[in-house]
Design a binder for this molecule. Structure first.
Ligand code: NAD
Length: 436
């Protein structure tokens, strides 16, 4: 099939390359000329494990092209829309201007039988509105909404072998076209749910709302655990054995971030209010508040660990990305903590295996040191905020020899407190008995 992918960011670049893997002929279109130049040279414009390999093989096959000109989508019959839907600058709602612009841009090139497929995460009701915009043109094209569930860090696998496919469609033909697009994944047994637009849009936002709730739930339990001397990691292990609850996404820590969960739950509450149903999801505001509170708790812990003031003290922040295996720093709790500590006068040195370039663009006021050993030298306090493997694997004895004070805040609860304490460290986790 001939496919276009409009918007080649974290979602679209992976999707375009993966569609070639699934056997199609693809053109990726983006308004960002620098990004397109990199992709056209088979260089991923961001870090995503597995993307270099599929981008290289897709480009070499001659079935993947990139362009800044939407007119190059004219030959395709299926057009995926994967542009951003960030939070509006002045409110909680989703900014749909990029989606609207992408659809407007596509309209002159749509032909009878073409299918436009929304991938971006949008407020419920958007697909129905866009379907009438497309129908209004009378060019015989139709719309489907096919939300994306990929996780950064696992995006390639999640796109080629998704947990499930959800099609929001207005007619059977659209479902048949999507079946053809995803034939390889369906043949491998991927479950698919064919439904209406509104349900498909809601599946995505409610999945993110559920995941966010699970994380804030365990962080709330961590707050209570701390007040009572209980240990939230043991609590989570015990809860997780209940198959109705499950252990995944029950890790207490500095909370969630990134370009999806925070803005998606805010947009969900904003949309529910527009629908006169704000009270149905009012709990998501508390989920958001609990989440943001964790960042503050880490900062407070740092102040406490340094005896009441961080001013002039060297604090090494391990991690700036919102999660490991990604270079994405959008709404990153780690970066937020680093910025807050810097604002309080600390001498902050942040390090990260992949995220420094992006972090520097947003927060040039911070000092960055890519070399972990150099970063740690003479630290008064170490704060682990993103659970990259090299940080999880740190040897407390070796690190202990280069820091000024052996004090660590494990804001992801990924270190073994006993091992660190045995090496002479003052260890503080989140919702774990302080033990010291
Ligand atoms: P992103 O910012 O990395 O990418 C968006 C891209 O769209 C950018 O490259 C931008 O230049 C381009 N763009 C904007 N307007 C355009 C236009 N008119 N024509 C062509 N290109 C245009 O964002 P992302 O993380 O890829 O997210 C995209 C959408 O996918 C969002 O709705 C997001 O919520 C959703 N989503 C993201 C993920 C994820 O993990 N990143 C997962 C699932 C869903």
């Amino acid at each position: 099939m001939r496919i276009s992918v409009i918007g080649c960011g974290y979602l679209g670049a992976v999707h375009a390359s993966a569609m070639v893997e699934l056997g199609h002929d693809v053109v990726g279109v983006d308004v960002d000329g620098a990004k397109i130049a990199q992709l056209a040279a088979a260089k991923p414009p961001f870090f995503e494990p597995g993307l270099p390999e599929i981008l290289t093989s897709a480009s070499a096959s001659g079935r993947l092209r990139f362009s800044t000109d939407i007119a190059d989508a004219a030959d395709a019959t299926v057009h995926f829309v994967a542009v951003g839907t960030p939070q509006t600058r002045d409110g909680r709602a989703a900014d749909l201007s990029y989606v609207d612009a992408a659809i407007e841009g596509l309209l002159p090139f749509l032909k009878p039988g073409d299918l436009v497929v929304g991938k971006s995460t949008v407020p419920v009701g958007t697909a129905a509105r866009l379907a009438s915009v497309i129908a209004g043109r009378g060019n015989g094209a139709t719309l489907a909404w096919n939300p994306e569930f990929l996780r950064e860090g696992y995006a390639v696998r999640d796109t080629i072998e998704p947990d499930r496919l959800v099609y929001g469609v207005a007619d059977e033909r659209a479902a048949a076209v999507l079946d053809e697009v995803y034939a390889a994944a369906l043949a491998a047994g991927t479950p698919r749910i064919v439904t209406d637009y509104a349900t498909a849009e809601l599946v995505k936002v409610s999945a993110n709302a559920f995941l966010a709730t699970k994380i804030s739930f365990i962080n709330a339990m961590a707050e209570i655990a701390e007040a009572t001397g209980a240990d939230v990691t043991q609590l989570a292990d015990a809860l997780g054995h209940d198959t109705r609850i499950g252990r995944r996404f029950l890790n207490a820590g500095v909370g969630f971030g990134g370009g999806c969960l925070p803005k998606d739950i805010r947009a969900f509450t904003a949309r529910a209010e527009e629908l006169g149903r704000g009270e149905s999801v009012v709990f998501l505001k508390e989920v958001d508040a609990i989440n943001l509170r964790q960042r503050q708790r880490v900062v407070d812990r740092a102040i406490e660990a340094l005896g009441g003031s961080v001013h002039g003290r060297k604090i090494v922040v391990l991690g700036v990305t919102f999660k490991p295996e990604s270079d994405d720093v959008r709404d990153s709790p780690a970066l937020d903590v680093a910025v807050q500590l810097k604002g309080l006068g600390a001498d902050v040195v942040a390090t990260d295996p992949q995220g420094i370039e992006n972090a520097r663009l947003r927060h040039p006021q911070l000092s960055y040191e890519p070399d972990l050993d150099l970063a740690l030298r003479d630290a008064d306090l170490v704060v682990l905020v993103t659970e990259w493997r090299p940080y999880r694997d740190l040897d407390p004895v070796r690190v202990g020899a280069s820091v000024r004070a052996r004090t660590i805040i494990d804001a992801r609860n990924v270190l073994d407190p006993e091992t660190w304490r045995a090496a002479g460290w003052h260890y503080r986790g989140m919702g774990r008995a302080s033990g010291a």
